[in-house]
Design a protein around this ligand. Structure first.
Ligand code: 13P
Length: 249
């Protein structure tokens, strides 16, 4: 039985002092021993966030990371910088980063390999545009993203990975995918992982759904057999996140 993982992606929201305030507010609301809870926060919020979650069930994740160890990469954050402060997860290849910061499946793969090398769990994002869905090429597109993201990843590493399926048309639009639509793609992702690796890896890997997840849509989405939790944007900044994390209560 896979343990659910419910992560918030704060995106470019909350200053360090606001971050601490929000964590204090959410702490009691997101207590749920049945699931893994992760807050992925902006880089400058990481240090105070890690301090603020001490002694709770919340893990802190970064929203991005570079694939080099160090050097002349102005503005980038290295894996050692993240591990040194206690970051456990990193979002890789979010559609925002693919759209605005030129991330490709190839850079995603480099970052995934680097995260594993440093013992950071990558939350690897994939997802189709509305045009791709309307053209009926969703599954082909997602399979391509997954196959490239997992190049040279070992089965042992892949078992620890988290994949976030986020249809771009559902992000920040209030237009949540139906649980059947989300399940269909998450099942296809799991089948693709079985093809690349083996059944045991496919059974172990956790696949989240992301895109306008709310307190009302979470229970049905997370009940689907191939959906192992969510990557939550807007609602992760509100008390509603507590209800999403406690979808099973
Ligand atoms: P929303 O939940 O705001 O649609 O964002 C989803 C997302 O992009 C999480 O990474």
């Amino acid at each position: 039985m896979r343990r659910k993982i419910i992560a918030g992606n704060w995106k470019m929201n909350k200053t360090p002092s606001e971050a601490v305030q929000l964590i204090e507010e959410l702490k009691p609301l997101v207590a749920n021993d049945d699931v893994d809870v992760v807050f992925c926060v902006p880089a400058v919020d990481l240090v105070p966030a890690i301090e603020a979650v001490k002694g709770t069930n919340i893990a802190i994740g970064a929203e991005n990371m570079y694939y080099q160890e160090s050097g002349a990469y102005t503005g980038e954050i290295s894996p050692n910088m993240l591990t040194d402060i206690g970051v456990k997860y990193v979002i890789i290849g979010h559609s925002d980063r693919r759209e605005y910061f030129a991330e490709t499946d190839e850079t995603v793969n480099k970052k995934v390999l680097k995260a594993f090398e440093h013992g950071i769990t990558p939350i690897i994002c994939c997802g189709e545009s509305l045009t791709q869905r309307e053209q009926g090429i969703t599954i082909d597109w997602i399979r391509q993203q997954i196959k490239i993201a997992f190049l040279n990843v070992t089965p042992a590493q892949a078992k620890e990975a988290v994949i976030a399926y986020e249809p771009i048309w559902a992000i920040g639009t209030g237009k949540v995918a139906t649980s059947e639509q989300a399940e269909e793609v998450c099942a296809a992702i799991r089948a693709c992982i079985a093809e690349i690796f083996d059944e045991a890896t496919a059974e172990a890997i956790r696949i989240q759904y992301g895109g306008s997840v709310s307190a009302s849509s979470a229970p049905e989405l997370f009940a689907m057999p191939n959906i192992d939790g969510g990557l939550v944007g807007g609602a992760s900044l509100k008390p509603d996140f507590g209800k999403i994390v406690n979808y099973n209560k």
